[in-house]
Design a protein around this ligand. Sequence first.
Ligand SMILES: [Zn+2]
Ligand SMILES: [Zn+2]
Length: 288
Amino acid sequence: MEFKNPFTKAGFWFKGNIHTHTKNSDGRLSPEEIVRMYKENKYDFLFLTDHNKITECKISFKDFIVIEGVEFNKNNFHILGLNLNKIFSIENLTLQEIINKINSSGGFTVICHPYWSAIKSQEILNLSNFLGIEIYNNTCEQSKGKGYSLVHWDEILQENRKIWGFAVDDTHFLSGENQENDIFGGFIMVKAPLLNKKEICNSIKEGFFYSSTGVFIENLEIANNKIKIQFSPSVLVDFIGYGATGVRFSKKEEITYAEYEIKGNEKYIRIEITDKNNKKAWTNPIFL
Ligand SMILES: [Zn+2]
Ligand SMILES: [Zn+2]
């Protein structure tokens, strides 16, 4: 079994969003305005990821960190290069070369909103050395109803690829007639020893985090072939594995605990929790 359990890692929980635009690309607010909003809403960190450019933030705080990043657009692929502080031209690069260049520049890579981009899982499977994909993108959900890319995640995991799932805002802070604001919808909870760039990035890369749109996971324990999980009051708990393995617990009354006995044929197990308002949390996969 292989699982980076954030609940057994020493440290503290930090809340953050890894995909944010400012008016330096197609967002509405300045970097300073958007950073202030996240800080005031009790986030701990924020990645600024304008399209094809690095955005710097001119304000800094003791207890909130801003990390540089880019959203590269290549054909219908959008790719986050995170912890990247220098831009490069992608004009003559293939998708794999873009990923390799992000990695060799000290950054890490997340594939954006596959459902919204009309990307097939097989196209993602053709790539390597990326950290994960966006499984929930708030702006794609609020504007087009195409926020969830969970089938993509499972199709990739079923091919024995070890990738993480990220919930993100992709904040633009636009609002229109049929569009809700896209801020404060998808986030990750990261366990790290300290709030600084290095430790947050290390924990994300290692997988010591879970994704959420509002459900909080309180504990996750694996012992004697049993997974035990505690969470904020919810009504659905899905233990999801390969094909038809796994199980759903669906309750009329809110519950805060569920357990699952591992059968051994699941290949991987990831846990998805839903509350009565359709807010969710997703653990990263436990690989068997
Ligand atoms: Zn995008
Ligand atoms: Zn974006």
